[in-house]
Design a protein around this ligand. Sequence first.
Ligand SMILES: Cc1cc2nc3c(=O)[nH]c(=O)nc-3n(C[C@H](O)[C@H](O)[C@H](O)COP(=O)(O)OP(=O)(O)OC[C@H]3O[C@@H](n4cnc5c(N)ncnc54)[C@H](O)[C@@H]3O)c2cc1C
Length: 145
Amino acid sequence: MLVGDAFGFLDPLYSSGVLLALRSGEMAADAIVEGFQLGDVSAAQLGKWGPVFNQGVDRMRRLVCEYYDGFSFGQFVRTYPHLRGTITDLLIGDLFTDRVDSVWPPMESLYPEGKAPPPPWDSGTSPQHTQNKANELILPEGHRP
Ligand SMILES: Cc1cc2nc3c(=O)[nH]c(=O)nc-3n(C[C@H](O)[C@H](O)[C@H](O)COP(=O)(O)OP(=O)(O)OC[C@H]3O[C@@H](n4cnc5c(N)ncnc54)[C@H](O)[C@@H]3O)c2cc1C
């Protein structure tokens, strides 16, 4: 079973690596314990936490992609002050809840014309390749912040 950076490294700037390493270790340990209790140590049982984990990684991945593509926290909280707490929760690693997904539509409302959101990790790839996409950063061409 792979956890931490062996499972997938995202980005050093947002300092999510230690959180994700610990969280994946925790989720993998739970799957192992449950596997022993059920007498099932198949790949499906031991790997069942992967998609849930990737969903959380995907939230951080999107924040990182948005940042490199010009997202301004200042502009966001000035425009949507009621979402200050939620965007902070996301930043500090509250990644494993869909509650924080409330930031995406307002974020998209601040996009310049013609810009589209980065595709989610599980879109446009065959199931055997999706795993490799969870930590793929989509970066803009040219100047980066
Ligand atoms: C420049 C940089 C800055 C970063 N800044 C931050 C930050 O500010 N905050 C943050 O949260 N994350 C940061 N990260 C990411 C974070 O360091 C990693 O995501 C995190 O350490 C991953 O933990 P890990 O246990 O998966 O791997 P590691 O910490 O790499 O641990 C793996 C260990 O396994 C050992 N090992 C490898 N092969 C073998 C072997 N064959 N036998 C025995 N031992 C072996 C290695 O020596 C190592 O000690 C940064 C990363 C980089 C590169």
